[in-house]
Design a protein around this ligand. Structure first.
Ligand code: ADP
Length: 474
């Protein structure tokens, strides 16, 4: 069921419930107060009559009886009065009763004669009547009982009209509420419908560059539009990255494949018969195969990282790892670059030893690769209060500040002397390993002076990552 119909239904049902409760309460209160007014009017009228009788009653000396004045002088057109003696005989009654009389209930008469007043409602052919009865005293004795009655027909008619008005009013209010509610719900949800349609067009057109028009309404709709636009932006970035990745991977694989094919051609054309040429071609092929294997291994690791590969966490002595990497770095650097150990604290964390070693090797290989012969690469480890800092500092060619924000991106490589080398995956792998340890790699670099890559690892594994990449550029 569409939201706007559901909203309208809920709204109408709620209003209906409120109106019904309110109308019922109004009806009952009105009925109660009208009856209470009537009862009190009857009581007042009975009191007036009794007071009048006390003034106007005459004692008949001959019969020894009290002569009660004509009841009619106390009655009004809508009020009937009747006086009954202790035997239950009507002594007098108002003229408006005509041939009729107010019915006498023997049980109530008994009560009245015993000094109690009573109220009763009786049903006659022409409607209901409310009767109030109370004793008339002569001295301490009950002389007679006065009955004052009034038809309830006026109240009944009024209550019927009120009921009709309330039912019709509630029905009309509900109809109006449903119509207005449906109109308002439609109007309020129209922007969502528009968003739905535009988003549908974007998806069916497969054009993730399109955006929803931004409405500056400062409400939920504006926020929804912004969120969808951000989501489209992320999707677009993701697809662009995928496209770039496939292009980069195929490009990266094409170069070694071309080199291998070239060498195979050479061998076919006779180089295989010449031991020197054969050796050279095989060395080339082996080199290219190694390069391809490294690339495939790096890609595999990154795709596993994307799929949420978890690390094998154990207690790791970082100083031992730094020492291992230092030894390997000396072999990699051969005699061209001087590799040295700087400050070295002892530090132990929970981490994946193999991955951390791989991270530092990547940094060291880069440092050696981008440092001129005679330069220096220094490895240091500092244990601070909250962080462990491992730095790989070189005196190499440095990185331009325009390249710094991108060097951790996959396949990003800096052009050196018009050439591009490497696969551009080393730093992205290193950064992933650092982040998987709740850490971060930052870089500080100055052109022609050198670069310092710093690996920050939290000592309690829960610290947020430190400030990201910073750079000096000259
Ligand atoms: P690759 O695996 O191809 O070396 P990386 O992701 O490790 O790629 O590095 C990306 C780019 O960052 C490289 O192309 C290189 O130009 C630059 N870079 C990395 N480390 C250094 C460094 N120590 N000195 C200068 N440039 C560096």
């Amino acid at each position: 069921m569409p939201i706007r119909i559901r909203l309208t239904l809920w709204y109408t049902l709620l209003l209906g419930a409120i109106l019904i409760i309110f109308s019922t309460a109004l009806y009952l209160v009105l009925e109660f107060s009208l009856h209470a007014q009537l009862d009190s009017a009857l009581r007042d009228r009975a009191q007036q009559v009794v007071n009048g009788i006390e003034v106007q009653a005459v004692f008949d000396q001959e019969t020894g009886q009290v002569i009660i004045p004509e009841a009619d002088i106390f009655s009004s057109s809508s009020i009937f009065i009747q006086i009954v003696d202790s035997e239950g005989q009507i002594v007098t009654k108002s003229y408006n009763l005509g041939d009729h009389s107010i019915p006498i209930d023997n049980q109530l008469l008994e009560q009245n004669l015993n000094g109690e007043s009573s109220l009763q409602t009786i049903t006659k052919q022409n409607g209901m009547m409310r009767i109030y009865s109370e004793p008339i005293y002569l001295g301490p004795h009950v002389l007679a009982v006065i009955q004052v009655g009034q038809s309830l027909i006026t109240i009944e008619n009024l209550m019927r009209q009120v009921l009709l008005f309330l039912i019709a009013g509630t029905a009309f209010a509900l109809l109006l509420a449903a119509l207005v509610g449906a109109f308002l719900a439609r109007k309020a949800l129209q922007p969502i419908e528009n968003i739905n349609q535009t988003a549908g067009q974007i998806v069916s057109g497969q054009d993730l560059k399109q955006r929803l028009p931004c409405l500056h309404t400062n409400d939920e709709i504006e926020r929804l539009t912004e969120t969808i636009n951000k989501m489209l932006q992320r999707l677009d970035n993701f697809f662009q990255a995928q496209i770039r990745l496939s292009a980069d991977v195929s490009h990266e694989l094409r170069t070694p494949l071309t080199a291998i094919r070239g060498n195979v051609d050479l061998l076919r054309r006779g180089a295989a018969n010449n031991p020197d040429e054969l050796d050279e071609a095989l060395t080339d092929i082996e080199g290219e195969l190694n390069r391809m294997s490294r690339l495939v291994a790096d890609l595999l690791l990154l795709s596993q990282a994307d799929a949420g590969l978890s690390l094998r966490m154990e207690t790791v002595e970082l100083d031992t790892i730094v020492l291992d990497v230092y030894r390997q770095a000396r072999i990699i650097a051969a005699d061209t670059v001087h590799v040295q150990l700087g400050h070295e604290d002892q530090a132990v964390i929970q981490g994946d030893a193999d991955r951390l070693r791989q991270l530092l090797i990547n940094l060291v290989i880069n440092a050696v690769k981008h440092t001129q012969p005679g330069g220096t690469v220094t490895l240091s480890l500092h244990r601070e209060t909250e962080w462990i800092r491992i730095t790989v500092a070189d005196t190499g060619r440095g990185i331009a500040s325009k390249d710094l924000p991108q060097i951790f991106d996959r396949f990003y490589r800096v052009q050196e002397d018009g050439r591009i080398s490497g696969s551009g995956l080393g730093l992205s792998i290193a950064q992933w390993i650092a982040q998987a340890h709740n850490g971060q790699i930052t870089v500080d670099s100055e052109i022609n002076k050198g670069s310092t890559f710093t690996l920050w690892l939290p000592r309690n594994n829960k610290k947020p990552v430190p400030e990201a990449v910073s750079a000096n550029h000259s």
